[in-house]
Design a binder for this molecule. Structure first.
Ligand code: DHB
Length: 376
Protein backbone atom coordinates (compact mmCIF):
# COMPACT_ATOMS: atom_id res chain seq x y z
CA UNK A 1 0.00 0.00 0.00
CA UNK A 2 1.31 3.47 -0.92
CA UNK A 3 2.42 5.68 1.97
CA UNK A 4 0.97 9.19 2.17
CA UNK A 5 3.49 10.25 4.82
CA UNK A 6 5.14 13.63 4.44
CA UNK A 7 6.75 16.42 6.39
CA UNK A 8 5.77 20.08 6.47
CA UNK A 9 8.21 22.46 8.17
CA UNK A 10 9.99 19.38 9.54
CA UNK A 11 6.77 18.14 11.19
CA UNK A 12 6.05 14.52 10.30
CA UNK A 13 2.48 13.94 9.08
CA UNK A 14 1.03 10.45 8.51
CA UNK A 15 -1.08 11.77 5.67
CA UNK A 16 -0.32 14.58 3.21
CA UNK A 17 -4.01 15.58 2.97
CA UNK A 18 -5.43 17.95 5.60
CA UNK A 19 -7.88 20.77 5.98
CA UNK A 20 -7.61 24.36 4.78
CA UNK A 21 -8.23 27.14 7.24
CA UNK A 22 -11.77 28.45 6.75
CA UNK A 23 -14.59 25.99 6.28
CA UNK A 24 -15.65 23.97 9.35
CA UNK A 25 -12.68 25.10 11.44
CA UNK A 26 -14.19 27.63 13.84
CA UNK A 27 -15.12 25.48 16.84
CA UNK A 28 -13.57 22.69 18.88
CA UNK A 29 -16.27 20.28 17.65
CA UNK A 30 -15.46 20.97 14.02
CA UNK A 31 -11.71 20.69 14.66
CA UNK A 32 -12.18 17.38 16.49
CA UNK A 33 -14.15 15.97 13.54
CA UNK A 34 -11.18 16.77 11.31
CA UNK A 35 -8.84 15.20 13.84
CA UNK A 36 -10.93 12.02 13.92
CA UNK A 37 -10.74 11.66 10.15
CA UNK A 38 -7.68 10.66 8.13
CA UNK A 39 -6.63 14.32 7.85
CA UNK A 40 -2.85 14.52 8.37
CA UNK A 41 -3.11 17.60 10.61
CA UNK A 42 -5.70 19.97 12.02
CA UNK A 43 -5.57 23.65 11.04
CA UNK A 44 -7.67 26.26 12.85
CA UNK A 45 -9.83 29.00 11.42
CA UNK A 46 -7.80 32.19 10.89
CA UNK A 47 -7.91 33.93 14.23
CA UNK A 48 -8.10 37.61 15.01
CA UNK A 49 -7.06 39.05 18.34
CA UNK A 50 -10.65 39.33 19.53
CA UNK A 51 -13.71 37.23 18.80
CA UNK A 52 -15.79 38.65 15.91
CA UNK A 53 -19.02 37.80 14.07
CA UNK A 54 -17.84 38.51 10.53
CA UNK A 55 -19.83 39.87 7.59
CA UNK A 56 -23.63 39.71 7.13
CA UNK A 57 -25.31 36.61 5.67
CA UNK A 58 -25.48 35.14 3.08
CA UNK A 59 -21.70 35.18 2.87
CA UNK A 60 -20.83 31.73 1.48
CA UNK A 61 -22.41 30.05 -1.54
CA UNK A 62 -21.58 27.16 -3.78
CA UNK A 63 -22.44 27.02 -7.43
CA UNK A 64 -21.92 24.24 -9.94
CA UNK A 65 -18.93 23.64 -12.14
CA UNK A 66 -18.82 20.13 -13.53
CA UNK A 67 -19.65 17.15 -11.33
CA UNK A 68 -16.62 16.81 -9.13
CA UNK A 69 -16.09 19.99 -7.18
CA UNK A 70 -18.39 22.94 -6.83
CA UNK A 71 -17.18 26.46 -7.19
CA UNK A 72 -17.59 28.66 -4.14
CA UNK A 73 -17.63 32.32 -3.31
CA UNK A 74 -17.20 33.63 0.22
CA UNK A 75 -16.89 36.85 2.08
CA UNK A 76 -17.13 35.75 5.67
CA UNK A 77 -15.09 38.59 7.11
CA UNK A 78 -13.16 36.41 9.57
CA UNK A 79 -15.89 35.21 11.91
CA UNK A 80 -13.93 33.48 14.68
CA UNK A 81 -13.72 33.04 18.43
CA UNK A 82 -10.52 35.04 18.91
CA UNK A 83 -6.96 33.78 19.37
CA UNK A 84 -7.34 32.84 23.03
CA UNK A 85 -9.95 30.24 22.10
CA UNK A 86 -7.82 28.56 19.41
CA UNK A 87 -4.82 28.31 21.72
CA UNK A 88 -6.87 27.34 24.78
CA UNK A 89 -6.24 24.18 26.77
CA UNK A 90 -9.69 22.91 25.71
CA UNK A 91 -8.93 23.06 21.99
CA UNK A 92 -5.24 22.14 22.09
CA UNK A 93 -5.74 19.09 24.30
CA UNK A 94 -8.79 17.88 22.34
CA UNK A 95 -6.70 17.76 19.17
CA UNK A 96 -3.63 16.45 20.99
CA UNK A 97 -5.64 13.52 22.35
CA UNK A 98 -6.32 12.47 18.75
CA UNK A 99 -2.56 12.35 18.11
CA UNK A 100 -2.83 14.96 15.37
CA UNK A 101 -0.53 17.93 14.87
CA UNK A 102 -2.33 21.23 15.44
CA UNK A 103 -1.56 24.24 13.22
CA UNK A 104 -2.98 27.65 14.18
CA UNK A 105 -3.79 30.25 11.52
CA UNK A 106 -3.48 33.97 12.34
CA UNK A 107 -5.02 36.81 10.37
CA UNK A 108 -4.68 39.93 12.47
CA UNK A 109 -6.40 43.16 11.55
CA UNK A 110 -3.13 45.02 12.13
CA UNK A 111 0.56 44.27 12.53
CA UNK A 112 0.28 44.92 16.27
CA UNK A 113 -2.52 42.31 16.47
CA UNK A 114 -0.45 39.78 14.53
CA UNK A 115 2.54 40.30 16.83
CA UNK A 116 0.39 39.98 19.93
CA UNK A 117 -1.25 36.77 18.65
CA UNK A 118 2.11 35.39 17.58
CA UNK A 119 3.61 35.92 21.00
CA UNK A 120 0.62 34.25 22.70
CA UNK A 121 0.58 31.25 20.32
CA UNK A 122 4.35 30.72 20.37
CA UNK A 123 4.20 30.02 24.12
CA UNK A 124 1.60 27.25 23.95
CA UNK A 125 2.76 23.66 24.07
CA UNK A 126 0.82 21.37 21.76
CA UNK A 127 0.73 23.80 18.82
CA UNK A 128 2.97 22.42 16.08
CA UNK A 129 3.23 25.46 13.80
CA UNK A 130 1.77 28.86 13.06
CA UNK A 131 0.36 29.86 9.68
CA UNK A 132 0.32 33.60 9.10
CA UNK A 133 -2.45 34.42 6.66
CA UNK A 134 -1.44 37.38 4.50
CA UNK A 135 -4.16 36.76 1.94
CA UNK A 136 -7.64 37.38 3.34
CA UNK A 137 -9.49 39.44 0.71
CA UNK A 138 -12.70 39.92 2.65
CA UNK A 139 -12.22 42.71 5.15
CA UNK A 140 -13.99 45.82 3.85
CA UNK A 141 -11.50 48.66 3.46
CA UNK A 142 -8.42 46.45 3.92
CA UNK A 143 -6.40 45.40 0.89
CA UNK A 144 -4.95 41.89 0.55
CA UNK A 145 -1.55 42.17 2.21
CA UNK A 146 0.17 39.62 -0.02
CA UNK A 147 -0.40 41.97 -2.99
CA UNK A 148 1.36 44.87 -1.29
CA UNK A 149 4.97 43.71 -1.50
CA UNK A 150 6.40 46.49 0.64
CA UNK A 151 3.92 45.78 3.41
CA UNK A 152 4.48 42.02 3.13
CA UNK A 153 8.22 42.60 3.48
CA UNK A 154 7.72 44.86 6.50
CA UNK A 155 5.34 42.41 8.20
CA UNK A 156 7.68 39.45 7.71
CA UNK A 157 10.59 41.53 8.98
CA UNK A 158 8.65 42.54 12.10
CA UNK A 159 7.29 39.04 12.77
CA UNK A 160 10.57 37.18 12.33
CA UNK A 161 12.56 39.60 14.48
CA UNK A 162 9.96 39.78 17.25
CA UNK A 163 11.32 38.46 20.58
CA UNK A 164 8.61 35.77 20.70
CA UNK A 165 9.53 34.37 17.28
CA UNK A 166 11.45 31.15 16.85
CA UNK A 167 10.07 28.48 19.14
CA UNK A 168 7.69 27.12 16.46
CA UNK A 169 7.88 26.97 12.68
CA UNK A 170 6.14 29.76 10.79
CA UNK A 171 4.27 29.30 7.52
CA UNK A 172 2.75 32.01 5.32
CA UNK A 173 -0.51 31.74 3.42
CA UNK A 174 -0.25 33.55 0.11
CA UNK A 175 -2.74 35.09 -2.27
CA UNK A 176 -2.77 33.74 -5.83
CA UNK A 177 -0.37 35.51 -8.19
CA UNK A 178 -0.87 35.66 -11.95
CA UNK A 179 2.20 37.35 -13.38
CA UNK A 180 5.76 36.01 -13.50
CA UNK A 181 7.38 39.17 -12.07
CA UNK A 182 4.95 38.95 -9.15
CA UNK A 183 5.94 35.33 -8.42
CA UNK A 184 9.57 36.42 -8.54
CA UNK A 185 9.06 39.45 -6.33
CA UNK A 186 7.05 37.53 -3.73
CA UNK A 187 9.62 34.71 -3.68
CA UNK A 188 12.53 37.12 -3.31
CA UNK A 189 10.86 38.62 -0.24
CA UNK A 190 9.92 35.25 1.29
CA UNK A 191 13.45 33.92 0.70
CA UNK A 192 14.88 36.60 3.00
CA UNK A 193 13.08 35.34 6.10
CA UNK A 194 13.32 32.21 8.28
CA UNK A 195 9.89 30.91 7.30
CA UNK A 196 9.40 27.16 6.94
CA UNK A 197 6.52 26.80 4.53
CA UNK A 198 4.08 28.66 2.31
CA UNK A 199 0.51 27.77 1.43
CA UNK A 200 -0.51 28.38 -2.18
CA UNK A 201 -3.08 29.64 -2.56
CA UNK A 202 -5.92 31.51 -0.96
CA UNK A 203 -9.12 32.21 -2.88
CA UNK A 204 -9.07 34.56 -5.87
CA UNK A 205 -10.22 37.74 -4.18
CA UNK A 206 -13.05 40.03 -5.19
CA UNK A 207 -14.78 37.78 -7.68
CA UNK A 208 -18.45 38.38 -8.42
CA UNK A 209 -20.96 35.59 -8.99
CA UNK A 210 -24.36 36.63 -10.29
CA UNK A 211 -27.69 34.93 -9.68
CA UNK A 212 -29.38 35.62 -13.01
CA UNK A 213 -32.82 34.52 -11.88
CA UNK A 214 -32.95 37.01 -9.04
CA UNK A 215 -30.75 39.53 -10.85
CA UNK A 216 -28.48 39.99 -7.87
CA UNK A 217 -25.08 38.98 -6.53
CA UNK A 218 -24.93 35.54 -4.92
CA UNK A 219 -23.57 36.81 -1.59
CA UNK A 220 -24.34 39.96 0.35
CA UNK A 221 -21.15 41.42 1.91
CA UNK A 222 -18.84 43.79 0.05
CA UNK A 223 -21.46 44.44 -2.63
CA UNK A 224 -21.28 40.77 -3.63
CA UNK A 225 -17.51 40.65 -4.15
CA UNK A 226 -15.84 37.67 -2.51
CA UNK A 227 -13.12 35.06 -2.66
CA UNK A 228 -13.55 32.51 -5.44
CA UNK A 229 -12.69 28.95 -4.46
CA UNK A 230 -13.36 25.36 -5.50
CA UNK A 231 -12.94 23.93 -8.97
CA UNK A 232 -12.39 27.33 -10.59
CA UNK A 233 -9.10 27.89 -8.82
CA UNK A 234 -7.33 24.55 -9.29
CA UNK A 235 -5.27 25.60 -12.33
CA UNK A 236 -4.22 28.75 -10.49
CA UNK A 237 -3.25 26.75 -7.40
CA UNK A 238 -1.24 24.36 -9.61
CA UNK A 239 0.61 27.28 -11.22
CA UNK A 240 1.36 28.94 -7.88
CA UNK A 241 2.61 25.71 -6.33
CA UNK A 242 4.82 25.02 -9.34
CA UNK A 243 6.25 28.54 -9.46
CA UNK A 244 6.97 28.79 -5.74
CA UNK A 245 8.43 25.26 -5.61
CA UNK A 246 10.98 26.43 -8.15
CA UNK A 247 11.60 29.94 -6.81
CA UNK A 248 11.77 29.45 -3.05
CA UNK A 249 14.71 28.28 -0.97
CA UNK A 250 14.94 24.50 -0.73
CA UNK A 251 14.11 24.54 2.98
CA UNK A 252 10.77 26.30 2.45
CA UNK A 253 8.04 23.71 1.88
CA UNK A 254 5.08 24.43 -0.38
CA UNK A 255 1.60 23.30 0.66
CA UNK A 256 -1.03 23.33 -2.09
CA UNK A 257 -4.68 24.31 -1.76
CA UNK A 258 -7.37 25.17 -4.29
CA UNK A 259 -10.07 23.10 -5.93
CA UNK A 260 -9.03 19.73 -4.53
CA UNK A 261 -11.95 17.31 -4.63
CA UNK A 262 -10.29 14.02 -5.50
CA UNK A 263 -7.13 11.99 -5.16
CA UNK A 264 -6.22 12.97 -8.71
CA UNK A 265 -6.43 16.68 -7.82
CA UNK A 266 -4.10 16.08 -4.86
CA UNK A 267 -1.75 14.04 -7.08
CA UNK A 268 -1.53 16.95 -9.54
CA UNK A 269 -0.58 19.45 -6.82
CA UNK A 270 2.10 17.09 -5.49
CA UNK A 271 3.41 16.59 -9.03
CA UNK A 272 3.81 20.39 -9.15
CA UNK A 273 5.84 20.32 -5.92
CA UNK A 274 3.41 20.37 -2.99
CA UNK A 275 4.56 18.53 0.15
CA UNK A 276 0.99 18.45 1.43
CA UNK A 277 -2.45 19.37 0.13
CA UNK A 278 -5.23 21.21 1.95
CA UNK A 279 -8.93 20.87 1.19
CA UNK A 280 -11.33 23.82 1.61
CA UNK A 281 -14.50 24.02 -0.50
CA UNK A 282 -14.93 20.24 -0.68
CA UNK A 283 -14.56 19.99 3.11
CA UNK A 284 -17.37 22.49 3.37
CA UNK A 285 -19.73 20.56 1.09
CA UNK A 286 -18.81 17.01 2.08
CA UNK A 287 -17.70 17.27 5.71
CA UNK A 288 -14.61 15.72 7.30
CA UNK A 289 -15.16 12.36 5.57
CA UNK A 290 -13.67 14.02 2.45
CA UNK A 291 -10.20 13.53 4.00
CA UNK A 292 -10.72 9.74 4.13
CA UNK A 293 -12.05 9.56 0.59
CA UNK A 294 -9.43 11.83 -1.01
CA UNK A 295 -6.57 10.06 0.83
CA UNK A 296 -7.88 6.67 -0.27
CA UNK A 297 -8.22 7.84 -3.89
CA UNK A 298 -4.67 9.23 -3.85
CA UNK A 299 -3.34 6.01 -2.39
CA UNK A 300 -5.14 3.91 -5.05
CA UNK A 301 -3.86 6.16 -7.83
CA UNK A 302 -0.28 5.95 -6.53
CA UNK A 303 -0.47 2.16 -6.32
CA UNK A 304 -1.80 1.99 -9.89
CA UNK A 305 1.12 4.11 -11.04
CA UNK A 306 3.64 2.10 -9.01
CA UNK A 307 4.52 4.87 -6.52
CA UNK A 308 5.15 3.85 -2.92
CA UNK A 309 5.71 7.34 -1.50
CA UNK A 310 4.87 10.89 -2.53
CA UNK A 311 8.57 11.78 -2.76
CA UNK A 312 8.84 9.46 -5.77
CA UNK A 313 6.82 11.85 -7.91
CA UNK A 314 6.70 15.13 -5.99
CA UNK A 315 7.74 18.08 -8.17
CA UNK A 316 8.42 15.76 -11.11
CA UNK A 317 5.96 17.20 -13.61
CA UNK A 318 7.30 15.96 -16.94
CA UNK A 319 8.71 18.63 -19.21
CA UNK A 320 6.84 18.01 -22.46
CA UNK A 321 6.57 21.75 -22.94
CA UNK A 322 8.83 24.53 -24.14
CA UNK A 323 10.51 26.21 -21.21
CA UNK A 324 10.32 29.98 -21.74
CA UNK A 325 13.74 31.50 -22.39
CA UNK A 326 14.89 33.97 -19.77
CA UNK A 327 13.69 37.32 -21.07
CA UNK A 328 16.58 39.55 -22.12
CA UNK A 329 16.92 42.60 -19.93
CA UNK A 330 15.83 45.46 -22.15
CA UNK A 331 15.88 49.09 -21.09
CA UNK A 332 12.26 50.25 -20.92
CA UNK A 333 12.67 52.85 -23.70
CA UNK A 334 14.04 50.24 -26.13
CA UNK A 335 10.96 48.08 -25.83
CA UNK A 336 8.52 48.96 -28.58
CA UNK A 337 5.63 47.33 -26.78
CA UNK A 338 5.27 44.71 -29.52
CA UNK A 339 7.30 42.14 -27.67
CA UNK A 340 10.41 42.89 -29.71
CA UNK A 341 13.52 43.22 -27.63
CA UNK A 342 15.54 44.82 -30.48
CA UNK A 343 18.78 43.33 -31.91
CA UNK A 344 19.15 40.16 -34.00
CA UNK A 345 18.31 36.86 -32.42
CA UNK A 346 19.98 33.50 -33.19
CA UNK A 347 16.81 32.57 -35.08
CA UNK A 348 17.20 35.56 -37.40
CA UNK A 349 20.82 34.63 -38.15
CA UNK A 350 19.75 31.06 -38.93
CA UNK A 351 17.01 32.32 -41.26
CA UNK A 352 19.51 34.56 -43.16
CA UNK A 353 22.06 31.70 -43.53
CA UNK A 354 19.32 29.38 -44.83
CA UNK A 355 18.19 31.99 -47.41
CA UNK A 356 21.78 32.38 -48.70
CA UNK A 357 22.22 28.60 -49.00
CA UNK A 358 18.93 28.24 -50.91
CA UNK A 359 19.92 31.12 -53.24
CA UNK A 360 23.33 29.54 -53.97
CA UNK A 361 21.70 26.16 -54.63
CA UNK A 362 19.13 27.66 -57.02
CA UNK A 363 21.81 29.68 -58.81
CA UNK A 364 23.85 26.52 -59.46
CA UNK A 365 20.84 24.48 -60.42
CA UNK A 366 19.68 27.02 -63.01
CA UNK A 367 23.21 28.11 -64.01
CA UNK A 368 22.59 31.75 -63.17
CA UNK A 369 25.70 33.88 -63.75
CA UNK A 370 26.65 37.27 -62.33
CA UNK A 371 25.79 38.71 -65.77
CA UNK A 372 22.21 37.46 -65.44
CA UNK A 373 21.97 39.05 -62.02
CA UNK A 374 23.36 42.34 -63.37
CA UNK A 375 20.81 42.23 -66.22
CA UNK A 376 18.05 42.20 -63.64
C1 DHB B 1 -11.72 34.71 5.28
C2 DHB B 1 -11.47 34.46 3.97
C3 DHB B 1 -10.21 34.09 3.57
O1 DHB B 1 -9.90 33.83 2.29
C4 DHB B 1 -9.21 33.96 4.51
O2 DHB B 1 -7.99 33.60 4.11
C5 DHB B 1 -9.47 34.22 5.84
C6 DHB B 1 -10.73 34.59 6.23
C7 DHB B 1 -13.08 35.14 5.70
O3 DHB B 1 -13.77 35.80 4.93
O4 DHB B 1 -13.44 34.85 6.85
Amino acid sequence: MASLKTTVAGIALDCCIYNASGPRTGTVNALVKIGESRSGAVLSKSATLLCQDGNPLPRYKEFPLGDACPGSINSEGLPNQGIDYYISEEVVSAIGSLAKHYFVSLSGLSLADNLEMLSRAMKVQGIAAIELNLACPNIPGKPTMAYDFEQMDAVLQAVTTHPSFGSKPLGVKLAPYFDVPHFQRAASILNKYPIKYVVCTNTIGNALVVDAENEQALIKPKAGFGGLGGAYVKPIALANVRQFSQLLREDIDVVGVGGVASGTDAFELILCGAKAVQVGTKHWSEGASCFNRISEELSVLMTKKGYKSIEEFRGKLKENFCRPKAAPVVPKAANDGQGSAGGISALHVLQIVLCILVAVFLAREFKVTSKDVAAL
